[in-house]
Design a protein around this ligand. Structure first.
Ligand code: ZN
Length: 277
């Protein structure tokens, strides 16, 4: 069996998220949330919790979105992941905050051994096919780093959905055929069809399904099995709090066992070049 890989974990470092995000989470998930978040600010506690759910690896995401959600620095993520092989560090670069994003990515990878990059167009305000972003993709392609993008909707204040249209990845996939492109949330909202079509069309485009209730997956993607080799599971914890329900939900879908194993970690393990079990 391939490992189980949670491709979408936001380390909730105290002070990183804007206060109203914590408020939103308290309203959504009730009291007791803070205690859990405080406990999981300790990376070993978070690792133990994930392991107790049967998660073998977790992609830990940095974020640099000061205009919207907040900042979890690359350094913080690197420190969390150092010496903890189950944690896979993904850097984040906000192309509106620096001039030479490609050079910064190279520096980050050399300094901290990041294994991928997460970009947040709807929170960081850029079109994914904008020419000024292309140097970043060139470096990611050269270094073999997968790039995951937030796509589609967000409950978070100030995000601008126009930047989250999967159609922009048609350009990126054509211009960088060896770049691994991962669409977080698979165009959530009204672009599911686009996300699915692009995943079928381009060998280097993948769908990540965090933040979509598993029981809705086959409504949004009736032919999910056909692209199962390019579908990646993630929880989006702690924005989506119940990781166990997410895992159980995918396991309960009427898909082949091979497809489910691929979605829950086999595909991620291949893209991240994780050691074979
Ligand atoms: Zn997320």
């Amino acid at each position: 069996m391939p490992p189980v890989v949670d491709f979408h974990i936001h380390p909730l470092v105290p002070g990183a998220a804007k206060p109203w995000i914590i408020e939103w989470m308290r309203e959504t998930y009730g009291e007791g949330l803070e205690d859990q978040l405080a406990a999981f600010a300790d990376p070993d506690a978070l690792a133990g919790f994930l392991r107790s759910l049967g998660v073998d690896y977790a992609v830990i995401l940095a974020e640099d979105s000061p205009a919207t959600t907040g900042t979890t620095s690359n350094e913080t993520v690197a420190e969390m992941c150092a010496g903890r092989p189950m944690f896979i560090p993904f850097a984040s670069i906000n192309p509106n905050l620096l001039n030479r994003p490609g050079r910064e990515l190279r520096r980050l990878v050399e300094a901290y051994e990041f294994k991928g990059l997460k970009l947040y167009p709807t929170y960081q305000f850029f079109y994914p096919n904008a020419p000024e972003i292309y140097p970043l993709y060139a470096v990611a392609e050269e270094l073999g780093l997968p790039v995951m993008f937030h796509t589609g909707s967000s409950v978070f204040r100030g995000s601008r959905m126009k930047y989250g249209d999967p159609l922009f990845f048609d350009d990126v996939a054509v211009d960088f055929p060896d770049l691994t492109i991962i669409m977080a949330h698979s165009g959530r909202g009204f672009w599911y069809d686009r996300a699915f079509f692009l995943t079928r069309l381009h060998a280097n485009i993948h769908m990540e399904i965090s933040g979509i209730p598993p029981k809705r997956l086959l409504e949004h993607f009736p032919e999910l099995e056909r692209v199962a080799a390019k579908v990646i599971w993630g929880s989006d914890w702690p924005g989506v709090f119940n990781i166990q329900a997410g895992l159980d939900g995918v396991r309960a879908l009427p898909l082949s066992e091979d497809a489910k194993a691929a979605i829950l970690g086999g595909n991620a393990a291949r893209l991240l070049r994780l050691p074979a079990e």
